[in-house]
Design a protein around this ligand. Structure first.
Ligand code: ZN
Ligand code: FE
Length: 264
């Protein structure tokens, strides 16, 4: 998979059991970084210290503790901008961003378009720019987040918005769930060649302790059943599971999501 489309240095910091905090390097000032979804402060502080980097801002996709838990501690160390969606559950936010707004960090040479993507939570946002997509718990590689606060139609619309970005877009998700997601993807589409090939690669990466991310939207459109609700083969699998005809992709999505919730 070529990575030429990514115009950004991004590195994962691991947190909890399977979270990724993404550190984005400034394109203009060496050593300055932005953290996406710091659920924990300690691993970020340790990483910055080890590499002699400075945290200049924090970007948040949604209010869940495993994504914002480290913010108070990081802010206590230094007052830096904390940018996130309009949600009272994100108490330490210093700047609010809305759908289709640009999130500009001119001093750092960074600029992202905000996409409101309700479903996992009502106020969830994704950030898109420099060939990268930071999508929190909305889109995972080969899967998607649980639907805690949205309807199937909302979440399906949100995923379609992300899917319709350029296929070379690199996808930086909030969790390392790819291997388990692929097992479900292959339950839905046992004959999906791209998913089978990807599974080999993912197994190899995980056995070496390497992240499977970033993915690309082009790959996701081939392997991720939740982005394929309009494909006849995925609809047929969902109809078989539901025992009835499903007319709308959003209905297919609803069946897949409920199926995945039960899948072990
Ligand atoms: Zn979450
Ligand atoms: Fe999460």
């Amino acid at each position: 998979m070529s990575i030429h489309a990514l115009h950004l240095n991004v590195r994962p910091v691991r947190a909890f059991s399977d979270n990724y905090i993404w550190l984005i390097e400034s394109t203009t000032v060496p050593g300055e970084v932005v953290a996406v979804d710091p659920g924990e402060a300690e691993p970020v502080v340790a990483d910055l210290k080890r590499r002699n980097l400075h945290l200049a801002a924090i970007l948040l996709t949604h209010h869940h503790p495993d994504h914002i838990g480290g913010v108070p501690e990081l802010q206590r160390l230094e007052k830096i901008p904390v940018i996130g969606p309009d949600d009272p559950r994100i108490a330490h936010r210093t700047r609010t961003v809305k759908d289709l707004e640009r999130c500009e960090l001119p001093d750092l040479g960074l600029s992202f378009e905000i996409l409101q993507v309700p479903g996992h939570t009502v106020s969830h946002i994704a950030l898109w720019g420099h060939g990268a997509l930071f999508c929190g718990d909305t889109l995972f590689s080969a899967g998607c987040g649980r639907m805690f606060e949205g309807t199937p139609r909302q979440m399906n619309d949100s995923l379609n918005r992300l899917r319709d970005l350029p296929p070379e877009t690199h996808v930086f998700c909030g969790h390392e769930y790819t291997a388990a997601n692929l097992r479900f993807a292959l339950e839905v589409e046992p004959g999906n060649r791209a998913a089978l090939e990807y599974q080999e690669r993912v197994t190899r990466l995980r056995s070496q302790g390497e992240p499977t991310l970033p993915s690309t939207l082009g790959l996701e459109s081939l392997v991720n059943p939740f982005l394929r609700c309009d494909k006849p083969i995925v609809r047929a699998a969902a109809e078989k599971r539901a025992g009835k005809k499903l007319d709308q992709p959003a209905e297919v999505f609803g069946v897949l999501r409920a199926w995945k919730d039960q899948f072990r």
